[in-house]
Write a protein of this length. Sequence first.
Length: 142
Amino acid sequence: MSAPRLGGVIFGSADYAASVRCGLGWDALHYARCALINAATAANIPAIDAPTWELDDPDTLRREAEQAKELGFYGKGCVHPRHATVINEVFTPSEDEIAHARAIVAAADASGNGVTTVDGQMRGTPFFNRARVLLADVDGTP
């Protein structure tokens, strides 16, 4: 599957919820989010999560952004500019995440891309690939 003319997808949670007559809460939309991530990944395009509709609840915004990142979303839409700071904080790799990715790539290189350990955890090809993608994004390399 590919989508050569499509640059990415955005989850339209309100449209989806209205269509299937479900709520807008995280649990009600979890399956749809997962299905979208899987389809976008298969097409090799980024998926952006729906906005958080609560304008004055930064805790909900942060929690939903962190959950979206955990599922594999590339970012999150926002309905108000004041949400942008929290979303950027969540989706911008931290210095610790970058350092950990660099350690994984170094271990991959040292092991000839064979299974190895980093910080007491087994690491292999899927971990190497993910770390390299993160570093390519951070370093601005293809």
